[in-house]
Each structure stands twice: as structure tokens, then as C-alpha cells.
Design a protein around this ligand. Structure first.
Ligand code: AMP
Ligand code: TRP
Length: 346
């Protein structure tokens, strides 16, 4: 937003990654390719990495209490099964570290109503009945800013749909720094992109693949078995033409573009490389290749998730350790924030 003043250079901050997913149940291939695959890459690069199950965000819409606990553990299992290593990355659930809610409150007092009203995710989620949406749903992006800035994180990997929230995070950091005359919060770098920043519905190439789509055929769930994956891709919407051999040939062919992008992302290939291989093929020949690649990637992950879920006490133990490590970083930063704001907190 243009009225925020940006004063911060990031040079004094360590390269630290923070990201989160809501444990609201129903993990999809979009979550894996758009978010978690990148989380794993960054863990294995030159970053300190912190990944959260954002349960406080999940309750901005109704969650069944018993299911919420289970979904939180299942998301932890998904993280670990996808390659996040609790020895290398800090993995924990948001509500276990109260600094998130505390800083979130202070940011509620920094963020402006006008900024929040412009958030497209709120408008989408609140739908026609915005009067009946929770206040938490409206304030959601301020809590998200707190998640990130409580760690002085510098890099935030997310899918394309979170871009606006990350811009707001920068605005909150800039306004805080400006209002209090400090250089305290970093200007974060969004990490968005790659072939699968936006995985689309298998039924409609103009809609995001989402766990909230009423049609299960529109998405690949992380716990779909091989037959279900094959059947969903077989039925996935396409057009009549053969596949192009260059990217420009995907223009105005959203379904073709989506399937090619999924295939590329699963195999860590560029669109260009894939198209030079598959250009000229019919969908009937390409779809089995896609199914094979998807099953090869997803089956071991869902198998490992099921195995981990057999021992929830071990997951709880890992999450507690993660929360202790997270708190050790966030507590001094949030304590300093109280001090900057002028709140007496002994
Ligand atoms: P959510 O499930 O909405 O909490 O999303 C968790 C993460 O997955 C965020 O970084 C989203 O941007 C990402 N994500 C969810 N759906 C998709 C999708 N269809 N394509 C790409 N990224 C996605
Ligand atoms: N809003 C994000 C989503 O719906 C989840 C989220 C909450 C998040 N806090 C975050 C993502 C902090 C990145 C960093 O996907």
C-alpha cells in the first residue's frame, strides 16, 4: 500500500524462513506443489527454517474441536512425510507459542481498516454474508504478519494466493517502524513462483485447486490412492488439440497449461523442457505419464503420513520440542516489541 513508508534494509537480519499452513483438513496437491515442496528445498539450502501449523488461523472459520487436533497432527505428519526434518526445521503449532497472539494484537492496532477491507481473501471467504463473518477472519492478515515478524523472518514461501497478505505484512512492518521511529521489523521477501505457484482445479482451469471445492474430482488429495489419482487425471478436463511444443502454445488453454505445469513441478523440470519432450502428443498419451509421475511422488508421502499417524504421542512430542525452539526465538523479539510500544511488561 502506497501510504506506508519503507525504511528497512534487511542486511542486519539472518536469512530466516517462516511459513504456515492451516490445519483445516483436506491437504491437496496444491498445498504440496505450491508450498511444502518449496519448504523442503529451502530447508536444504542456506536458510534457518520455521514451519508452522497455523491453528489460530484455522479457527477464524468454524472447526470441530476434536477434528482440529487431529488435523493439526496430520499436517505435521504431512510436513515430515514430505521431507521436512524436525532436526533441521522448527515444526510447531501456532497456538503453542502465545507470542503469535500477543504480537497479533499489537499489529491489530497498527493495521488500518482500509487496508484490511481491500483483502481479496477476506472477501472470498466471507462471501455474500460478510456481516456474519468472524472478526478473526477480518483480522487474519494481521495475525499472519505477526507469525512472520515474531521471528524477524526474511523469506516467506507461499502459493500465489498469499501475495496480497505478504504485501500487507510489509506495510505493517513499515508502519510500525515509522510510527515508533525504529528499524526493528524486516521487510520480508515473498518467495512465490515456479511452475506450480498456482495449481488449478482439474474440472476448471480458471479456478484454484482447493480443499473447499464441492467437487472431489476437482482436486488430488494427498491421501488419494493410486487408482483414485489415475481416475481423477483420466477424467480431468482438457481440450481437443495435441500438446504444443512451446510455452506460447499454452496460451488460452488453461487446462492443458495446468496439467503440464503439474507434471513439470512434480519432476522439477521447466515447462520448456517438458514441452520439448511431450509436444505433439495427445492427452490420451500424456495423461498416463502424468499419473505415473504423480503416483510415484504422492504414494510414498501418503504411506509415510499413515505410518506417522499411528503414533500421535510421538508427533505431539516433536511439536512440543518445536514450540520450545520457536518460543526461544520469538519471546525476546516480542518482549522488545512491548518495550518499543511502551507497554510495561516486566
Ligand atoms: P491453505 O491450505 O489455504 O492454508 O494454504 C497453504 C499453502 O498452500 C499456502 O501457501 C497456499 O498458497 C498454498 N496453496 C493452497 N492451494 C494451492 C494451489 N491450488 N496452488 C498453489 N498453492 C496452493
Ligand atoms: N494465510 C496462509 C494461507 O492461507 C497461512 C498462513 C498463516 C501463513 N500465517 C502464515 C503463511 C505466515 C505464511 C506465513 O495459506
Amino acid at each position: 500500500m502506497s501510504d506506508a513508508v519503507q525504511t528497512q534494509s534487511n542486511s542486519k537480519f539472518n536469512k530466516r524462513v517462516f511459513s504456515g499452513i492451516q490445519p483445516s483438513g483436506g491437504l491437496t496437491l496444491g498445498n504440496y506443489l505450491g508450498a511444502v515442496k518449496r519448504f523442503v528445498q529451502m530447508q536444504n539450502e542456506d536458510f534457518e527454517t520455521i514451519y508452522c501449523m497455523v491453528d489460530l488461523h484455522a479457527i477464524t472459520v468454524w472447526q470441530d474441536p476434536a477434528r482440529l487436533k487431529n488435523n493439526t497432527r496430520e499436517l505435521a505428519a504431512f510436513y515430515i512425510a514430505s521431507g521436512l526434518n524436525p532436526e533441521k526445521s522448527i515444526l510447531f503449532n501456532q497456538s503453542a507459542v502465545s507470542e503469535h497472539a500477543e504480537l497479533g494484537w499489537m499489529f491489530n492496532c497498527v493495521a488500518r481498516m482500509g487496508w484490511m477491507k481491500r483483502m481479496t481473501q477476506f472477501k472470498d471467504k466471507a462471501g455474500k454474508n460478510a456481516e456474519n463473518a468472524s472478526l478473526g477472519l477480518f483480522g487474519y492478515p494481521a495475525l499472519m504478519a505477526a507469525d512472520i515478524l515474531a521471528y524477524h523472518a526474511t523469506h516467506v514461501p507461499v502459493g500465489d494466493d498469499q501475495k496480497q497478505h505478504l504485501e500487507l505484512t510489509r506495510d505493517i512492518a513499515a508502519k510500525f517502524n515509522h510510527d515508533f521511529g525504529v528499524d526493528f521489523f524486516p521487510m520480508i521477501d515473498p518467495v512465490i513462483g515456479g511452475p506450480a505457484a498456482r495449481v488449478m482445479s482439474l474440472r476448471d482451469g480458471s479456478k484454484k485447486m482447493s480443499k473447499s471445492d464441492p467437487s472431489d474430482q476437482s482436486r488430488i488429495n494427498m491421501n488419494d490412492d493410486a487408482d483414485t489419482i489415475a481416475q481423477k487425471f483420466r477424467k480431468a478436463k482438457t481440450d481437443q488439440d495435441a500438446l504444443p511444443s512451446e510455452e506460447s502454445g499454452l496460451e488460452n488453454r488453461p487446462e492443458a497449461k495446468n496439467l503440464i505445469s503439474i507434471y513439470a513441478a512434480l519432476g522439477d523440470q521447466s515447462l520448456e523442457d517438458v514441452l520439448s519432450d511431450v509436444g505433439g502428443k495427445q492427452f490420451s498419451a500424456f495423461k498416463p505419464m502424468l499419473v505415473e509421475r504423480a503416483v510415484e511422488t504422492l504414494s510414498p508421502i501418503s504411506g509415510e503420513m499413515n505410518r506417522l499417524m499411528l503414533d500421535v504421542s510421538e508427533i505431539d512430542r516433536l511439536l512440543k520440542r518445536g514450540a520450545d525452539k520457536a518460543r526461544a526465538i520469538a519471546a525476546p523479539i516480542v518482549q522488545k516489541t512491548y518495550d518499543i510500544v511502551g507497554l510495561l511488561k516486566p
